[in-house]
Design a protein around this ligand. Structure first.
Ligand code: CTP
Ligand code: CA
Length: 231
């Protein structure tokens, strides 16, 4: 978009963005994964690069997406690999955005060979918790660094999407949280996205339904405002 190219508001800013889903290996050929396409993370990377940022994109499994022009791509598989890559990149970044869909659990043990079927019933898969990368990045935060999280939520009988989002923002300790309502064909694998942008100070901005680049623009506008304030 031409208007984006004219807003070089992230010139001289290094941003680290995670995108896509992690794959948690069971054996050399199998994994537990999720349906994240990586599109929102790639849209964030594209818009940031258009605005003049230096962009490092740490990507797990994604749909067949083209790396945006001028973006450094780091490929990862599991959550543990994503964690290591993000810590490395974040140590040098002014802004960190966790748009990746990180598996909450991974198989407790990784079998070095392909698991064979036998006549016996299979063993259940024992799982263990993955580290919360966003929480770790918040505790390792550099002076003035802006940290953004994403949350895909469905509401239920007792709690709305927005209430879950508010609670998550406080739990994670990030500066901004993008909350998307999911379910009913919303968000996952879609071109469009909508939701709210929450700030740690309690501001809540609805993000209109639109392309993921539009969501990205809203996020970068808010990030730029915070970077300017802290200068
Ligand atoms: N996230 C992370 N590390 C994890 C899990 C999540 O860094 N192990 C990040 C995601 O990239 C996202 C934010 O945390 O930016 C929220 O992810 P979400 O899955 O919504 O939060 P959880 O704390 O895992 O809570 P839930 O039980 O709702 O899945
Ligand atoms: Ca989760």
């Amino acid at each position: 978009v031409q208007s984006e190219a004219l807003r070089r508001t992230l010139e001289g800013v290094h941003v680290a963005i995670s995108a896509g889903g992690t794959r948690e290996p069971l054996d050399p050929v199998r994994f537990i994964g999720n349906r994240s396409s990586g599109k929102q993370g790639y849209a964030l990377a594209r818009v940031a690069a258009q605005r003049g940022a230096r962009v490092t994109l740490v990507a797990g499994n994604t749909a067949d997406l083209t790396t945006p022009a001028g973006v450094d791509l780091v490929r990862v598989g599991s959550a543990v690999e994503l964690r290591e890559a993000m810590h490395k990149v974040a140590a040098d970044a002014d802004v960190v955005v966790m748009a990746a869909a990180v598996a909450d659990f991974r198989p407790l043990s990784l079998t070095g060979h392909k698991i064979k079927k036998t006549s016996a019933d299979p063993d259940p898969i024992a799982l263990t918790k993955n580290p919360d990368i966003l929480v770790e990045l918040v505790s390792a935060r550099r002076e003035g660094q802006v940290i953004v999280g994403f949350a895909a939520e469905t509401g239920d009988e007792t709690t709305s999407v927005l209430d879950y989002g508010r609670a998550k923002l406080h739990r994670k300790g990030c500066d901004l949280l993008v909350v998307n309502a999911v379910g009913d064909g919303k968000a996952f694998e879609q071109e469009d996205n909508a939701g709210w942008l929450l700030t740690r100070e309690g501001a809540e901005t609805p993000i209109p339904h639109g392309p993921k680049t539009q969501v990205a623009s809203v996020v970068w506008d808010a990030v730029t405002a915070r970077l300017t304030e802290s200068q």
